[in-house]
Design a protein around this ligand. Structure first.
Ligand code: C2O
Ligand code: CU
Length: 470
């Protein structure tokens, strides 16, 4: 079904000039996977940490032998990592040295509206700056930040404006999970290049974005010791859904999702990850002989064999003893308060031909995003159950809600009691025809926030809406 959807978006192809780089010609597993640099604060006080970042264009060797122009935070591709502590505010002053306006959203963050990176709250191009305040009044979680400027977010994200933001707390630190060099954030995405190595961005295109990047490098390898690793996986793709596994089909353990650790570890061989979602997994490489080569695989996307591999692990001898453990109980999730309101949310976009000269649009409850319109008024403190449906026949979507971490109560009428969707979530996938019931409590801040499809090309086509907490 993912493949057939591509046929429905025919009209937007006039952007590409040079011939495409053939993804099959890119050498695989010849370069080590880069690790995202950890940003150091420019100033630390006892109360807060202050960072300065500059968004600017630079080049990066994403495909071996080619240099690609990228839009970055601090010249870093893959984007840098901010490490934050629950309860300790972070202030980031963002300066925009790009030629395009931006708006920086901390995805999964519980932040005041003026720091949420709303689509019209711009950091002006060519020298504008803005201070974003992140109170971090939330538990540990693997967050990320990315551009959200109206109609530009999709292209800016594609061209590199993403970075990671990891919040830790005493719950997480009290566990003895793999840490240090054995705790590795990995941002996974797809991309498309021309034969000069430049990105080819075409709105709505996904069939031809068939080069896989892991931490900003095309099909790298990663050397692991024969011991246990924690891999924090992020799907930073514009539109690609992953189904992550190991090439020998063996089991690994999911320990966390968007909003931090699950209540209990979940052993699995296949992990779906839609755009914007995160999964924290533990892989035991001690079961493999030294010298083993193993691939982090992608088990879906129909006939597109090019993208069936994500990166390669190379097992080397352990340099020290492994004392980490994954306990049977990881955390206690907050109790679910009784719901006070119920809403229906329908996601759709134009399928099939659109009128000549027009482009396909995306809708939430039948309406295209309008930054001046409030679509949903939510009383402060209310606990709501949203029944979210993808009413399309072919096109997959997901739903991301700003400000909150929600719980998935049901998928297609079946209660979610364990597994990957049983923890705190901020993004949930919806294949064509699927319905998900989720519950969220809206506290902390009043003001306007977005909810939208995180296939970010769809968001740029209008599949966004505004809620106002009053
Ligand atoms: Cu990650 Cu509103 O987005
Ligand atoms: Cu969508």
């Amino acid at each position: 079904t993912l493949g057939s959807a591509g046929l429905l978006l025919p009209a937007l192809t006039d952007v590409a000039q040079a011939a495409d780089l053939d993804a099959a010609s890119i050498p695989r597993f010849t370069r080590a996977m880069p690790l995202s640099p950890v940003l150091r604060p420019s100033l630390q006080s006892s109360g807060a940490a202050f960072y300065r970042m500059t968004m600017r264009e630079t080049t990066a060797e994403i495909v071996p032998g080619l240099r690609t122009r990228v839009r970055t935070f601090n010249g870093s591709f893959p984007g840098p990592v901010v490490r934050a502590v629950s309860g300790r505010p972070v202030v980031i002053v963002q300066t925009n040295a790009l030629d395009v306006d931006t708006a920086i959203h901390l995805h999964g963050g519980h932040v005041p509206p003026e720091s949420d990176g709303a689509p019209m709250d711009l950091v002006p191009a060519r020298g504008g700056s803005r201070a974003y305040v992140y109170p971090n009044q939330q538990p540990h979680a693997n967050l990320w930040f990315h551009d959200h400027a109206h109609h530009m977010e999709s292209e800016n994200v594609f061209r590199g404006l993403t970075a990671l933001y990891l919040i830790t707390d005493d719950i997480e630190r009290g566990l003895n999970l793999p840490s240090g060099d054995q705790d590795v954030p990995i941002a996974l995405r797809d991309a498309r290049f021309d034969s000069d190595g430049q990105f080819v961005y075409v709105m709505g295109d996904f069939q031809q974005r068939n080069v896989i990047l892991a931490n900003g490098s095309a099909w790298p390898y990663f050397e692991v010791e024969a011991r246990t690793y924690r891999l924090r996986l992020f799907n930073t793709s514009n539109q690609r859904f992953f189904k992550i596994g190991l090439s020998d089909g063996s089991e690994f353990t999911q320990i966390g999702s968007d909003g931090g650790l699950l209540a209990a570890p979940f052993p699995t061989t296949s992990l779906p990850l839609s755009p914007g979602e995160r999964a924290d997994v533990v892989v035991d490489f001690s079961r493999y002989p030294v010298g083993t080569r193993l691939v982090l695989s992608n088990g879906q996307d129909g006939p597109d064999a090019l993208t069936a591999q994500l990166l390669q692990f190379r097992v080397v001898a352990a340099k020290g003893p492994d004392t980490s453990t994954v306990p049977d109980v990881l955390r206690t999730l907050p109790a679910l308060p009784p719901a006070t309101a119920f809403r229906d949310v329908a996601l759709s976009m134009d399928e099939g031909p659109v009128a000549p000269g027009t482009e396909p649009q995306g809708y939430i409850n039948g309406r295209v995003y309008d930054p001046d319109r409030v679509d949903t008024v939510i009383p402060y403190g209310s606990t709501e159950v949203w029944t979210v449906t993808n009413t399309n026949r072919f096109v997959p979507h997901n739903l991301h809600i700003h400000l909150v971490q929600f719980r998935v109560l049901e998928r297609n009428g079946r209660p979610v009691v364990s597994g990957p969707e049983s923890g705190l979530k901020d993004t949930v996938s919806l294949f064509p025809g699927e319905t998900v019931k989720l519950q969220a409590t809206f506290t902390g801040y009043r003001g306007r926030y977005l909810y939208h499809c995180h296939l970010i090309d769809h968001a740029a086509m209008g599949m966004m809406a505004t809620m106002q907490i009053v």
